[in-house]
Design a protein around this ligand. Structure first.
Ligand code: NAD
Ligand code: UD1
Length: 339
């Protein structure tokens, strides 16, 4: 089976490629390397002992996307390419709507033209908006919420576009996978999250403090209604997340239809719990300071993962120790990422 992975050179995409290759599938990657390195793909080949085909193409380049479908007999698309920086999306919404919505339309139009009707989409728990406390753990049948930023809205709208495509033609099979907070790295330490600039997300920031690049961690908010006052998230090992995609391919071919599914662990950890777990992994104390809450942040949420277990026969295997161990292993072996 031949799978086109858009965004396949990125953090999550590269881990997906490893799992697909190890499951015996052929992999075609489309990526413009906007937030990724060609080295990641070399390392994917090294880990899997297999090869893949890479097209350095912008997803907005319609002729380029068409050329891939003309040349390759694609069976299924995993659409992970896109922009994901929440803060930047607030400053430049047009860029986000154009790339994330336009990119999806280019891909689905070429799929349609070539009779390819299987797609897995990288969605996000952000589509739940700011849920009520009685909605936690989050279930897929809760109505989508009001997003706090344009990035979130693009995920919301991309889900809607794929739902409408499936409604118009039920032969289209679509799995909309709502990722919670992916962290960690491949256990080899060869691929991981190559954070450029000042990290906006918690784990890359902690890693940079641990390696000595930044003096201390800022803990955004200590007065949330949570056990220790810091915000709670459902962190998931990126390898577990990637394996969920292999299961989703099975689902597309064996069941089919429209699937909306959380990928998380079902367990929430606070910011302080994560810092302490990382301290164990790296063997040193990590300095932190409490600062004010970050605008748009939610106190606590985590996934109800029963649908993934039922529909995909998938549950996360790794816990917080492995997540921090592998984040640190990647950071230690690649202090400057792929540079
Ligand atoms: P990433 O930035 O590492 O990967 C995205 C990839 O898309 C990169 O390789 C980038 O070069 C590529 N890309 C960007 N614009 C492109 C364009 N115009 N044409 C072609 N390629 C382009 O991010 P990631 O963390 O691996 O995220 C992958 C997907 O999962 C994204 O859609 C993201 O929104 C989604 N997601 C991520 C998280 C997370 O916490 N990392 C959570 C939920 C959902
Ligand atoms: C963020 C995005 C979400 C996106 C996800 C993955 C926001 C509001 N949400 O989720 O849309 O899908 O990233 O890209 O940006 N924290 C600190 N100090 C830091 C960094 C983070 O205390 O330096 C805290 C945050 O307040 C939060 C938790 O750590 O409570 C996790 O933060 P982060 O890794 O940015 O993920 P989310 O905010 O959950």
């Amino acid at each position: 089976m031949k799978i086109l992975v858009t965004g396949g050179a990125g953090y999550i995409g590269s881990h997906i490629c490893v799992e697909l290759l190890q499951a015996g599938m052929e992999v075609i990657v489309l990526d413009n390397l906007y937030n990724a390195s060609r080295k990641a793909l070399e390392r994917v080949k090294q880990i899997s002992g297999r090869t893949l085909t890479f097209y350095q193409i912008d997803i907005m380049d319609k002729a380029g996307v068409r050329n891939i479908f003309d040349r390759e007999s694609i069976d299924c698309v995993i659409h992970a390419a896109g922009l994901k920086a929440v803060g930047e999306s607030v400053e430049n919404p047009m860029k986000y709507y154009r790339t994330n919505l336009g990119g999806l339309l280019n891909v689905t139009e070429e799929m349609q033209r070539h009779g390819v009707k299987n797609i897995i989409f990288s969605s996000s728990a952000t589509v739940y908006g700011d849920p009520e406390p009685d909605q936690i753990p989050l279930k897929e049948d809760f109505p989508k919420g009001t997003c706090s930023n344009p990035y979130g809205w693009t995920k919301w709208m991309q889900e809607q576009i794929l739902t409408d495509i499936h409604m118009a033609d039920p032969e289209w099979n679509a799995a909309l996978l709502r990722y919670f907070n992916p962290i960690g790295a491949h256990e080899s330490g060869l691929i991981g999250e190559d954070q450029r600039g000042i990290p906006a997300n918690l784990l890359p920031y902690i890693s940079q403090v641990a390696i000595g690049k930044r003096p201390y961690i800022q803990v955004f908010g200590s007065d949330y209604p949570t056990p220790d006052g810091t915000a709670v998230r459902d962190y998931i090992h990126v390898t577990d997340l990637a394996r969920g995609h292999v299961k989703a391919i099975d689902w597309l071919y064996n069941k089919g239809g429209l699937l909306i599914c959380n990928l998380g662990t079902g367990r929430g950890y606070s910011v302080l719990e994560i810092i302490h777990a990382f301290e164990k992994a790296c063997g040193k104390e990590l300095p932190y300071k409490f600062t004010s809450r970050r605008g748009g942040d939610i106190a606590a949420y985590y996934a109800d993962c029963s649908k993934a277990a039922r529909e995909l026969s998938w549950t996360a295997e790794y816990g917080i120790e492995e997540m921090c161990r592998d984040s640190w292993n990647w950071q230690r072996k690649n202090p400057d990422g792929y540079q």
